[in-house]
Design a binder for this molecule. Sequence first.
Ligand SMILES: [Zn+2]
Ligand SMILES: [Zn+2]
Length: 345
Amino acid sequence: MQSICPRCGQPTVDDLCPQCVQETSQLVSCPDVVDVVVCSICGSQQIKSKWQLPGSLPLEDLAVQAAADSVWLHKELMEPQIDVDLRAKGATRYLARIDARGRFKGKNVGVQCEISVRIKKVACERCSRMAGKYFQSTVQLRGSAERPITDQEIEETKKMARDMANSAYRGGDQLSFIQEMKEVEGGLDIILGSTQLGRRMAKAFVERFGGRLLETAKLVGKKDNRDVFRSTLLVRFPRLRRGDIISFRGALFAVSGFDGKTTQITTLRDGRRSSMSQENSEAAVVLGNKADALSATVISADDDVLEIMDPETFRSALAARPKDLQVSPGEEVNVVRTGDGFIIL
Ligand SMILES: [Zn+2]
Ligand SMILES: [Zn+2]
């Protein structure tokens, strides 16, 4: 039904005529000021009170993005497009000229406005905690007199710790950082920003190296009326190491892994897998470790025995031949020297 627009008196089908709807609708609204909060140490940006991962965008790009994101658009503005022209107004100030356009009720429209963008440099939560020597947990890796932790294991655990802390941080855990890693008498201490990370790390070490995990917590104070604890996660390395060659129930085995309290072992002769209780692991005779293997030349071979050349003395020696080993004289095999002669891997 045709009627009269109450605003301008033109004929219309709706309440207001299209011209008046456009003139009375706010299509675009810009704030006067927008703050860009960035960490002066790591460069990460705070968006809606959440710290983001540090990106590689220069400050100008962050300012343009923040200005564009702050523009409010009428939800019926179709195919909206926002152009930002950014000018520096000082070391930490910019002026963003906004040109917003689109289609509104079938007509092309354009609105201009100005937003002043301020750069605020602060230290993010993570960086200030790191600078403040904050920590929640300590993972302690310890060997024993009989079985000290090797340098190689220290390097491997350090790498695992760095990788885990990094990936948890990338996954959004701001407290996932290593405050310090220090080599101490008998092992390594890894001091961490989060207990959760400490627990995950300790578990990964036990899966990799075996052993026992003991967690203790200490009350260190109160924050916001809640008790604050620090935890210590002690990982006591087991007697056996991955790769150890052991003599057990008349056969030779290599330690292939750990699963809870049991040690996984594989026979050297035919690669059959089995497992060994903690008790047996404590008693098994260790003959060497696969990591210390040497390369030796085969002089002659029969079904059960290989004659090889000792790679250090160049004398010939005999060793039992693993069941499925295909080898001919002149070729090389990997051997481990033990008090009882060579073992062929
Ligand atoms: Zn009208
Ligand atoms: Zn930071």
